[in-house]
Design a protein around this ligand. Structure first.
Ligand SMILES: CC(=O)OC[C@H](N)C(=O)O
Length: 299
């Protein structure tokens, strides 16, 4: 192809891609003074959060009990600055009116929400400590808490989820979903920030786990790789659009174990202490303490 032809093809592509009919619904219209959330900075926020919650394991590895106050202080200060800006961007993204109107009060709100989230970090760390313990106690292959924190995808995914869930409760738009989707890409574990998950939660191996937006998981629950807590077909409104916000995912009560690749669908209850075996499809309530298993393979 001659350079003239390249130019023609490229110019035509530019023209077609710039036509409003072509990008309708697919472009975010930038307005001066309105930032968009940045996946890159949110990644920095997650790295800082991990360094604060699990000092020495993430971030600066030279931290010790004499210097911890300094390290946590520096990281919290950085986190507060970055988080405030990203929350502001999230508020702008979710705002129906122009974000440039009332910027000061939005900025004050963003700083307030960032401080509220950081204020929850001590409680988040206490809950994450239970998740680390559950991962260690739930896996004979784990040699130490340190190994679990450094290596287990579940700890990364659950940390992102627990931060994102608090941001969702603070009604910050978009950012919670970006944070859980970052963990999804990193670990293969997809936990929607809207799910409610108790303490001592663990996922062994993790790859392919999906936990839907309205799932409710009690305390001391263990999942294996490939488990889906999903929804069944959903109702549509008169215009044929899905009706949002309906509880449609399972409730797993305390002490439930679900083995690999089980698919549990709909707003059903898996009762306290029940065990759901691998590779099964569950769409009805499971009584407390039940053992649900697939029929054995036959020769
Ligand atoms: C996990 C799952 O059921 O996904 C289906 C859909 N995203 C929903 O939330 O209903």
């Amino acid at each position: 192809m001659s350079p003239m032809n390249f130019t023609h093809i490229l110019t035509q592509a530019v023209d077609e891609l710039s036509e409003s009919e072509s990008y309708k619904g697919l472009m975010h219209q930038h307005k001066d003074g309105e930032p968009l959330p940045s996946a890159k900075i949110l990644q920095d926020i997650i790295e800082l959060s991990r360094a604060i919650l699990f000092p020495g394991y993430f971030g600066n590895s030279t931290v010790n009990s004499r210097t911890i106050n300094y390290h946590i202080g520096v990281n919290i200060e950085k986190l507060f600055g970055l988080l405030t800006k990203q929350i502001m961007a999230g508020l702008c993204f979710g705002a129906s009116e122009e974000c440039t109107e009332d910027t000061e009060s939005k900025q004050a709100k963003a700083a307030d929400l960032a401080a509220k989230l950081i204020g929850l970090f001590p409680q988040l760390r206490r809950t994450l400590a239970t998740d680390v313990e559950a991962a260690y106690n739930g896996d004979p292959a784990a040699q130490s808490f340190g190994e679990v924190i450094c290596c287990y995808p579940a700890i990364k995914a659950i940390t992102n989820y627990r931060i994102a869930h608090e941001l969702l409760k603070l009604e910050v738009p978009l950012i919670p979903r970006i944070i859980t989707e970052m963990a999804h890409s990193e670990t293969g574990i997809d936990i929607h920030p809207g799910a409610q998950i108790g303490s001592y939660f663990t996922i062994d191996h993790g790859t392919g786990v999906v936990i839907g937006a309205t799932s409710i998981i009690g305390n001391n629950v263990k999942l294996y790789q490939g488990v889906t807590l999903g929804a069944k077909s959903f109702p549509l409104d008169n215009d044929g659009n899905p009706i949002k916000g309906i509880p449609r995912h399972p409730i797993l009560e305390d002490d439930v174990i679900v083995y690999s690749n089980a698919t549990i669908l709909g707003r059903i209850i898996v009762g306290k202490g029940a065990t759901v075996g691998g590779n099964i499809w569950v769409t009805e309530d499971v009584p407390p303490g039940a053992r649900l298993v697939q029929t054995k393979a036959k020769k």
